[in-house]
Design a protein around this ligand. Sequence first.
Ligand code: ZN
Length: 151
Amino acid sequence: MFDDLTDLYQQVILEHAKSPRNFRVMEDATCVANGTNPLCGDNYTVYLKMDGDVVKDASFQGSGCAISKASASLLTAAIKGKTRADVELLFDKVQNMVTTGEADESVGKLAAFAGVHKFPARVKCAILSWHAAKSAAQGIAETVSTEEPAE
Ligand code: ZN
């Protein structure tokens, strides 16, 4: 049973990596943030169209590994229609899930990434687009990196 579930989650990730949703430049985006994960070579730009406090539209562009691409794809689908506060709440849930493996039932399809916690090197791949989306939603248009900037 558990193996079946793992396979199902892997299918979700592979399917989104192959055919990412909302994979486009958004010309009329109100908030844009870039995210890089130098350890893996993942590099994405997340575009949001905010209407006040609500994410009206979300898209992304860039390149990277299957996990990072699938994560960005599911992210853009998950945050559409959500408020800035909802996005931050979801960010915390996803971050907790990919580091502990414990999925909150409210995360829906994002639970596909719970298994990532078994592969610490891939946690940054899974959370990268979330960092970018959080920055974009806060109106901080800058490059976020999974690595601390060198002082
Ligand atoms: Zn990666």
